[in-house]
Design a protein around this ligand. Structure first.
Ligand code: KIV
Ligand code: ZN
Length: 403
C-alpha cells in the first residue's frame, strides 16, 4: 500500500455507538499468540485466520509486522487470503512501524492499522519518558501518518484504565480529530472492575469531542479473572467493539474470551439488546482447532467450550436434565457446535441416568435387575473416576469390568 491510497472504510459505518451490533475484534493471532506456550508458525496462523473468518469475526488482528520477518510474512499472507474480514496490523506510534504495517497489509481486501501508545502516568514516566504533551503530539502525528495509507485507523491508549480520565478525553478527542475511526480503551494489566469500566466508558462517550465519529472499543486482560465481565460492562457503557481471543489466550492470565462474550450477548440478549456477526455453531470447532495448533489443552471446566460445559454427573442434575434440558443448561450444546449434552456416569450418578444409558446400549432391565446392576455400578464407580460404555456392557451381562 502506498501513501495516498486510502481505501473506503466499509467495515465501520462511522462511529455509531448507539447501534445494536457489537463488532468482534479477534486478537488471537497477536495478543493471544504473544503469550508463552501459544506461539504459532505461519501455516498455523493462516489456518486459524481462515477459521476465524468463517466464524464471522469482524476484524482480525493478524500480528505485529515490525516484530519479526516471520510476523510480517504471516500478516501479509493472511491479508492476501481473507475475503470479508478486516485484517488488522499492530504498530507502535513510530513511522517505521506504521510503514511496515502498511506494507504487510498492501494486498488486503479490507485493512486496518492499529496504533498504540501508553497514556498512564506510570508508563509516561517509566516506560516512555514523555510528557502529556509529547504523548498527544506523537499520537496525532502517527494517526495522521497512518491515515495516508488506510482509511481505517484504530488508536489504543495503552494502560488506559490507569490513566487520568481527563487526559484520556484529551487524547481520544485529538485522536478522532486526526482521523482515528476506532478508539480503544485497554485494561492492559487487568486491573479494572465492571463498575469502574462502565463508568469510564459512559464518561468518555459524554466528554470526548466528536465521540459519535469513532467506535469505542474495549480490550480487557484477565489478571483478576474479570476480563469478560469488564468487557460486558464496557459494552453496557457504550463500547461497540470488543477485543478478545479464542479460549481467552493472551498475555499473562489472558484476554477476554471471545466465546464467552459472544454467548453472554446471545443468551442474555433481552438484557443487552445487542447482536454480533458470529456464527456461534463454529465456536467449539474453532476452540478445538486453536488447541490443536498450539498443543495447549482447553481446561475441562472452561465456560462454553470446555468438555464439562455440557456434561452432568450428579444424580440430581441428571434426573432434572432427563425431565427438561433447561433445568441445568442455559444454552443448547448445538448452538456452540457441540453435538449433545452428555450425562457422565460416575459415583455421583443415579438410577435414572444409568437406566437411560443402559437402554441406549440395548439393555432394557426389570427394576429388580437394575437394582443389582446399580449396586455393582456404584461399587465400580468408587474405584474408577468415569464409567465407560464397555464397563456398563459388562455390568449388564453380570461380569466384573475390572476382572
Ligand atoms: O493490552 C494492551 O494494551 C494491548 C494494546 C496493544 C492494545 O494489547
Ligand atoms: Zn492486550
Amino acid at each position: 500500500m502506498t501513501p495516498q491510497t486510502a481505501q473506503p472504510n466499509d467495515t465501520d459505518e462511522g462511529g455509531d455507538n448507539a447501534e445494536d451490533r457489537v463488532r468482534i475484534f479477534d486478537t488471537t493471532l497477536r495478543d493471544g499468540e504473544q503469550a508463552p506456550g501459544f506461539s504459532m508458525d505461519r501455516r498455523a496462523k493462516l489456518c486459524m485466520a481462515q477459521a476465524l473468518e468463517t466464524l464471522g469475526v469482524d476484524i482480525l488482528e493478524a500480528g505485529f509486522p515490525q516484530a519479526s520477518p516471520d510476523d510480517f510474512a504471516a500478516v501479509e499472507e493472511i491479508a492476501r487470503s481473507l475475503r470479508h474480514t478486516t485484517v488488522c496490523a499492530l504498530a507502535r506510534c513510530q513511522t517505521g512501524d506504521i510503514d511496515t504495517a502498511a506494507r504487510a497489509l498492501e494486498r488486503a481486501h479490507r485493512s486496518r492499522i492499529h496504533l498504540f501508545l501508553s497514556t498512564s502516568p506510570l508508563h509516561r514516566e517509566h516506560k516512555l519518558g514523555m510528557s502529556k504533551q509529547q504523548v498527544l503530539d506523537t499520537a496525532v502525528a502517527s494517526i495522521q501518518h497512518a491515515r495516508k495509507y488506510c482509511a481505517d485507523v484504530e488508536f489504543s491508549a495503552e494502560d488506559a484504565m490507569r490513566t487520568e480520565p481527563e487526559f484520556l478525553v484529551e487524547v481520544f478527542s485529538a485522536a478522532i480529530a486526526s482521523g482515528a475511526t476506532t478508539v480503544n480503551v485497554p485494561d492492559t494489566v487487568g486491573y479494572t472492575t465492571p463498575a469502574e469500566i462502565h463508568e469510564l466508558f459512559t464518561y468518555l462517550r459524554q466528554h470526548v469531542r466528536d465521540a459519535h465519529k469513532a467506535v469505542f472499543s474495549s480490550h480487557c486482560h484477565d489478571d483478576l479473572g474479570m476480563a469478560v465481565a469488564n468487557s460486558l460492562a464496557a459494552v453496557s457503557g457504550g463500547a461497540r467493539q470488543v477485543e478478545c481471543t479464542i479460549n481467552g489466550i493472551g498475555e499473562r492470565a489472558g484476554n477476554a474470551a471471545l466465546e464467552e462474550i459472544v454467548m453472554a450477548l446471545k443468551v442474555r440478549a433481552p438484557r443487552f439488546g445487542l447482536r454480533t456477526n458470529i456464527d456461534t455453531r463454529k465456536l467449539h470447532p474453532t476452540s478445538r482447532l486453536l488447541s490443536q495448533l498450539t498443543g495447549q489443552a482447553v481446561q475441562r471446566n472452561k465456560a462454553v467450550v470446555g468438555d464439562n460445559a455440557f456434561a452432568h454427573e450428579s444424580g440430581i442434575h441428571q434426573h432434572g436434565m432427563l425431565k427438561h434440558r433447561s433445568t441445568y443448561e442455559i444454552m443448547r450444546p448445538e448452538d456452540v457446535g457441540i453435538a449433545e449434552t452428555t450425562l457422565v456416569l460416575g459415583k455421583h450418578s443415579g438410577r435414572h441416568a444409568l437406566r437411560q444409558r443402559l437402554e441406549a446400549l440395548g439393555h432394557k432391565l426389570e427394576d429388580a435387575d437394575l437394582d443389582g446392576v446399580f449396586k455393582r455400578f456404584k461399587a465400580l464407580a468408587d474405584r474408577k473416576r468415569e464409567i465407560r460404555d464397555e464397563d456398563l456392557e459388562a455390568l449388564a451381562l453380570g461380569q466384573d469390568p475390572d476382572a
